[in-house]
Design a protein around this ligand. Structure first.
Ligand SMILES: C[S@@+](CC[C@H](N)C(=O)[O-])C[C@H]1O[C@@H](n2cnc3c(N)ncnc32)[C@H](O)[C@@H]1O
Length: 308
């Protein structure tokens, strides 16, 4: 995630984990405003293929293309599509792939995108396509809404929130962020730490963009695309994402709970395809958090592709 001035989070840790080398081919799966792409390109005379589903990323990508010529390619696409795109762009197999999950500060800070509590349309679509958060708030039945808010927002009062949304929309459609925030705030007590609607907004955003489905597909695509010895680095910002990355890497490295470090569990459905670079997630430094408070919840997990 980037701050207002597009400060990429844990960029030096990501570059160190990926270890770019001259002539290598790297994929920045979540271009945003290009912090990781720039850092990778600056670290070695390598090439970078960047993806982002947001049309608003195209301006920064065009600028980087002007600076770096054919060392840099950008495609507007979901990262679940990276294999086909990498093949098309002659980037397969890749020597390293970086993910910086979630929304960018540019998306978060623009009230028109509907990701924050600032008054604006209840949109939340990173790609600008498909059903918006307002559509989900209008169309999902109360049980499904409660399920999404519980599962993706980990909101303990999910049923109450879903009931409040269903009751409010029967009076008038919920089309704005501030109206939704006010509806949720009436049934979720403020704890003084986060806005009462934070978990509900997170849940709708994850559902609108199918973030966890994309993450699973993106990690599997990265596994197939990486060359033996290639590196994967994933920065996540909330526990649901981090758990999915941790589960994937533990399973693929034969380090799933109950397994042995020396012998993958017999029940493992996958050959050991990764070696963890470190067992625990790396955290941003205190200096980075002080300079960019949005970095505080970041976690990076990294692994090296094995030949399997
Ligand atoms: C946290 S930001 C990345 C910031 C970037 N590292 C930088 O330095 O500017 C995440 C970006 O990933 C994009 N994104 C999220 N999910 C995506 C997906 N499934 N496919 C492609 N892009 C995605 C978002 O549109 C957003 O621009």
């Amino acid at each position: 995630m980037t701050a207002g001035a597009h400060i990429p989070v844990m960029a030096s840790e990501v570059v160190a984990a990926i270890g770019p080398r001259a002539g290598g081919h790297y994929v920045d799966a979540t271009f945003g405003r290009g912090g990781y792409s720039r850092a990778l390109l600056a670290s070695a005379p390598c090439r970078v293929l960047a993806l982002d589903c947001d049309p608003a990323a195209e301006g920064a990508a065009a600028a980087l293309g002007r600076d770096c010529g054919d060392r840099f390619r950008f495609r507007r696409a979901r990262f679940s599509e990276m294999e086909d795109i990498a093949a098309d762009e002659a980037f397969a197999p890749a020597d390293g792939i970086a993910f910086d999950l979630g929304v960018s500060s540019a998306q978060l800070d623009d009230p028109e995108r509907g990701f924050s509590f600032a008054p604006g349309p209840l949109d939340m679509r990173m790609s600008g396509e498909g059903p918006s958060a307002a559509d989900l708030a209008a169309d999902l039945d109360e049980h499904r809404l409660a399920d999404i808010i519980r599962r993706y927002g980990e909101e303990p009062r999910a049923r109450r929130v879903a009931r409040a949304i269903a009751s409010a929309r029967s009076e008038a459609p919920i089309r704005t962020t501030d109206r939704l925030a006010a509806i949720v705030a009436r049934v979720v007590p403020a704890d003084g730490r986060i806005h009462p609607a934070t978990r509900t907004f997170q849940a709708l955003r994850i559902a609108v963009n199918d973030e966890l489905g994309e993450l699973d597909l993106g990690l599997e695509a990265a596994e197939r695309l990486l060359a033996p010895g290639g590196r994967l680095a994933v920065v996540s910002f909330h526990s649901l994402e981090d758990r999915a990355v941790k589960r994937f890497l533990r399973e693929r490295s034969g380090d799933a709970p109950g397994g042995s470090r020396h012998r993958p569990p017999a029940s493992s459905a996958h050959p050991t395809s990764f070696r963890l670079l470190h067992r625990r997630a790396a955290r941003p430094s205190a200096a980075e958090i002080a300079a960019n408070p949005r970095a505080r919840s970041a976690r990076m997990r990294a692994a090296e592709r094995l030949a399997a």
